[in-house]
Design a protein around this ligand. Structure first.
Ligand code: MOS
Length: 730
């Protein structure tokens, strides 16, 4: 087959939906104007653990505009059938209003439905609950760990015993919340037994499945609509209780119901990145060859579900350490369930591993990059699989050169700029490449336009745009001739919009469906006696700007439009069902080297990031401009995790003390300096047909340890706790 000319893929194009977004025309979940919609406000439990002893709804029900108050005392029993999908966690999910138990502070205990939002808010303030309160356990240090997950290779005790140098560190990471710009929201409407929801979700088919099983209605009688998502970072990867509450409220009142979580409610109404404690014992020889690591990981989860993530992976496969032991314990607490947050697992694991590498480099007097080079594995040490592509050494070389690593003084606290102590640090990053089955359908119309449809979400990475790029090139059409549609469960099924797998999975389905359409058109042409392409070998035909022609002979050809019209075809249609290839077993991950320069005020302890540079080995880059947005966003998120973000719980009653954007600190413009991303050119064809390895999660991984290591280089103070606050440096 002659290769299709690539005009859109790899070009730094702007978002196809950019105008809709900046003009406010893009509609987010709560913005749909549904006729007859009324408003719902959730009442949150005001204790951290215990039982409800009484409910008084009289005042609320008498308030003007209030239609209904639903709570455990009057709610219908909901079927809550189990389902294997929808990202449910092991355990017993929270069932709204089904009993009197309080499992965490803020748990939904009632919903007030009223004709206006203000009436619903007022009504919610009038509902009074009596409780039998117990003292909750919400501190990771006080919980009882569950049975650990274990990993081991070699003989760790012997490795540590025989090592020349032994270090023993414990790192701690604060709980973080996603805080996307768009609050979580649902509008639910029942038409008989059919349920339609406009919902903020990162997994349209997952939410559809979850609602169908909660209410025990057929899958195809639930429709989920979600064309735009205003940020997610993982918070939309599950169907949360408030979506069920909205659907229940709509069914009980017979009216469409709109329910928007407040900023505060997003702290316990959706998930979070759990707090961690990560103990790391490291043994090495004098020359810097790692002998052994012993890693003990504790992470919080809820009392009713067990949340785990891939936190152990970096500590197994980043370096060639012969002897490795890991124990990963989840600690059930009286909190709501965690969920994946950008760079899930990897960001946490890499923080511990890459901080420890920096400590070891300092102890041995070896350059941190040199130490990493010395321990670069030839194959994946966790399973002995060959790497598909692993170009971390190139990332180090290019990063060191472009960042000016040779200007770093390895002696801590040796570089000053007035009152500021200056330091440089680096870290490696890794994120496992995930690819999942995805479906798509497409139409090539007689007017020379195409429509591609699938159910995925677009939470902001630019899925509309990047998929249009793939489709435009595969069809030989201009970008504007392709209409890529998403965010509706009536479209073909797709995996969660997360885990960095959208480009690889949906992109492969898009590619497949467009190649099918192009080949149908080519076949039509070569078999059509009236076509200038009649009798030409199909393999020799390419399409450019909607015109099929012989490769190397642009004069011989015709447009899709002429071909289809002459053949009385209003359109060509195709369906794709992409499954990840099951070929040779490879270890497939995306990698990075992250560099940071910080300035620390010597008297005040303030940390300012001065500049950052990251080099990514992420396979093919489909959309360089969108990739830069991803990378910069990931670095900003990493700066937040390193220096600012910290969900604070009052352990006396389990209340989150800083639930809101006013008290939960995130970086603002003044915190964001010069951030630069470099991508290694190339592709990874073991990963997927597009050769992409995924970028979205990778770009936050390694940022926090690069900053922490730079803070040590600047100050000589090793802070083993995130976020690194001014107090810790005084
Ligand atoms: Mo990403 S944590 O899968 O949204």
């Amino acid at each position: 087959m002659s290769p299709q000319p690539q005009a859109a893929v790899g070009a730094p194009l702007s978002r196809v939906d950019g105008r809709l977004k900046v003009t406010g025309e893009a509609q987010y979940a709560a913005e749909f104007d549904i006729e007859g919609a009324v408003h719902a406000v959730i009442v949150d439990a005001s204790i951290g653990r215990g039982r409800i002893t009484g409910v008084d709804t009289d005042a609320a029900e008498a308030a003007p505009g209030v239609l209904r108050v639903i709570h455990h005392g009057n709610a219908p029993t909901l079927p809550y059938r189990d389902n294997p999908g929808s990202n449910n966690l092991p355990g017993r999910k929270l069932r709204v209003f089904q009993d009197d138990r309080i499992l965490f502070h803020g748990q939904p205990v009632a919903v007030v439905i009223a004709t206006t939002l203000e009436a619903a808010q007022h009504g919610a303030s009038l509902v009074k609950f009596g409780y039998d309160a117990e003292r909750p356990t919400t501190d990771l240090a006080e919980g009882e760990p569950g049975r650990p997950g274990n990993y081991s290779r070699g003989d760790v005790e012997a490795g540590l015993r025989d090592a020349d140098v032994r270090l023993d560190m414990t790192y701690r990471l604060a709980r973080n919340h996603h805080n996307p710009m768009e609050p979580h929201a649902t509008i639910a409407r029942w038409d008989g037994n059919r349920l339609t929801v406009w919902d903020k979700t990162q997994w349209v088919p997952g939410t559809q499945l979850e609602l169908s099983t909660v209410f025990d209605v057929p899958l195809d009688s639930v429709r989920v609509i979600n064309p735009f998502v205003g940020g997610g970072f993982g918070s939309g990867l599950r169907c949360w209780p408030h979506t069920v509450v909205a659907a229940l409220a709509a069914r009980e009142t017979g009216r469409p119901v709109k329910l928007v979580l407040t900023r505060k409610q997003m702290y316990f109404g959706t998930g979070f990145r759990p707090a961690y404690e990560y103990r790391m014992r490291v043994g090495s020889d004098r020359r810097g060859r790692l002998a052994a690591t012993d890693q003990g990981i504790d992470a919080e989860t809820s009392s009713y579900e067990t949340f785990t993530e891939a936190v152990m992976s970096p500590g197994q496969m980043l370096y060639s350490t012969p002897n490795v032991r890991q124990s990963y314990r989840t600690v059930p607490l009286d909190v709501n369930s965690p969920i994946w947050m950008r760079g899930p697992g990897a960001a946490t694991g890499v923080y511990a591993v890459e901080s420890a590498m920096d400590e070891l480099a300092h102890e041995l007097g070896i350059d941190p990059i040199e130490l990493r080079r010395l321990n670069e594995p030839a194959q994946d040490p966790s399973n002995n699989a060959p790497f598909s592509t692993r170009r971390l050494l190139e990332c180090y070389t290019i990063g060191a050169r472009e960042f000016g690593w040779d200007r770093r003084n390895p002696k801590p606290r040796s570089t000053r700029d007035g009152d500021w102590l200056i330091g440089m640090g680096m870290a490696s990053g890794v994120y496992h490449t995930a690819v999942a089955p995805a479906q798509s359908r497409g139409r090539l119309n007689a007017n020379g336009t195409a429509v591609i449809e699938c159910a995925t979400s677009d939470m902001g990475p630019g899925t509309y745009t990047s998929q249009t790029q793939v489709a435009a090139d595969a069809l030989g059409l201009a970008m504007r001739a392709v209409d890529f549609r998403l965010g509706d469960s009536r479209y073909p099924q797709t995996p969660p919009h997360g885990g960095s797998m959208t480009m690889a999975s949906i992109g492969s389905a898009t590619l497949d469906v467009c190649i099918q359409l192009r080949q149908q058109a080519i076949r039509l042409a070569v078999e059509d006696e009236e076509s200038p392409l009649y009798g030409v070998n199909a393999e020799d035909i390419v399409v450019r700007n909607g015109r099929l022609h012989v490769q190397g002979n642009p004069a011989r050809g015709e447009s899709y439009q002429r071909l289809l019209t002459r053949n009385d075809r209003t359109r060509l249609e195709a369906n794709a069902s992409f499954s990840p290839p099951r070929g040779e077993r490879h270890s497939i991950s995306a990698y990075s080297a992250v560099f940071a320069e910080v300035a620390v005020d010597a008297t005040l302890g303030l940390v300012r990031v001065r500049r950052m540079l990251a080099v990514y080995d992420a396979g093919r880059i489909i959309s360089p401009k969108l990739a830069d947005s991803q990378a910069i966003g990931g670095m900003v998120g990493g700066i937040g995790a390193a220096l600012l973000e910290h969900t604070v719980t009052d352990h006396r009653d389990g209340r989150i003390a800083n639930a809101g954007l006013a008290d939960y600190l995130v970086p603002v413009n003044a915190d964001i300096p010069d951030l630069k991303a470099i991508y290694l050119e190339g592709e990874d064809m073991q990963a997927d047909p597009l050769g992409v390895k995924g970028l979205a999660e990778l770009v936050i991984v390694g940022v926090a340890p690069a900053i922490a290591n730079a803070v040590f280089n600047a100050t000589g103070r090793r802070v083993r706790e995130l976020p690194i606050t001014a107090e810790a440096l005084l």
